[in-house]
Design a protein around this ligand. Structure first.
Ligand code: AKG
Ligand code: FE2
Length: 243
């Protein structure tokens, strides 16, 4: 367990000890990092149960209908549930310095404010007004095809997914995977080891890699391998809103 205290919040939400320096190093080195036990079992179970509360959501996507894989997801409506709102607001300031460093290294123009409300105001002014936090639900044989969550011109370059189910108990298979497409090289795959309540922080699209002659960009995609059995739920936290 990592050792920085970032305790918090109004609605009893704890962003548990997380070593943000380690997160920063790991996302620079490999494009992802795990925050162990960000949510308790009870918080995970309560969030997963929300999947059936139609009134909490603005839209429902049946993935097979769009060629996205097999399974379902739902985007929360505003106002977000307090736990989701707290996570989005309180994780963002730890990620904004990494996002700014990445944009600087990659020659990207955008810089990100310290405060999530200021970034969301920018999204909303550009017509990206629809909330993007989502709940995903998978059953046996379901999977999530490799994709990127880009919903408009304004893109915050890191996002978070929290596994709400317990591997080996609630489901088998269903691993969180990332691929990294490297210029003039073959792509590589990464499997992220997650337990219930763990969060993975990962690159939405491009990230910089330090080469011998300066930084170059690699492109990441994420997805979920096929479930062999059981049910799996995830909470996705994307920091930009959608058009
Ligand atoms: O279910 C997963 O682990 C993947 C979730 C996902 O694609 C997302 O949160 O954007
Ligand atoms: Fe996604």
């Amino acid at each position: 367990m990592r050792n920085i205290a970032t305790r918090v919040h109004e609605a009893g939400v704890r962003v548990r000890p997380a070593d943000w320096a380690t997160v920063s190093t790991e996302v620079d080195d490999q494009g992802w990092s795990v925050l162990p036990k960000l949510l308790s079992t009870q918080e995970c179970d309560a969030l997963a149960r929300r999947f059936d509360r139609e009134e909490d959501f603005r839209s429902h996507v049946v993935m097979a209908r769009h060629g996205f894989g097999r399974g379902e997801y739902k985007y929360f409506a505003y106002p977000l549930p307090p736990l989701v709102e707290n996570l989005r607001t309180n994780l963002y300031p730890h990620l904004a310095p990494i996002a700014n460093r990445w944009h600087e290294a990659m020659g990207g123009d955008a810089r990100f404010p310290d405060d999530h409300a200021a970034f969301i105001a920018r999204c909303h002014a550009a017509g990206q007004t629809r909330p993007t936090p989502l709940l995903l639900q998978y059953g046996e044989d379901d999977y999530n095809a490799l994709h990127q969550d880009l919903y408009g011109e304004h893109v915050f370059p890191l996002q978070i997914a929290i596994l709400l189910s317990e591997p080996g108990k609630d489901f088998e298979g269903g691993e969180f995977v990332l691929t990294e497409q490297r210029p003039r090289m073959q792509s590589r795959a990464m499997v992220v080891p997650l337990s219930q309540g763990d969060a993975v922080v990962f690159a939405v699209n491009n990230r910089p890699v330090q080469g011998k002659r300066g930084a170059y960009r690699v492109k990441l995609r994420h997805g979920v391998s096929k479930l062999r059995a059981g049910h799996r739920h995830t909470l996705g936290i994307i920091f930009h809103d959608a058009t």
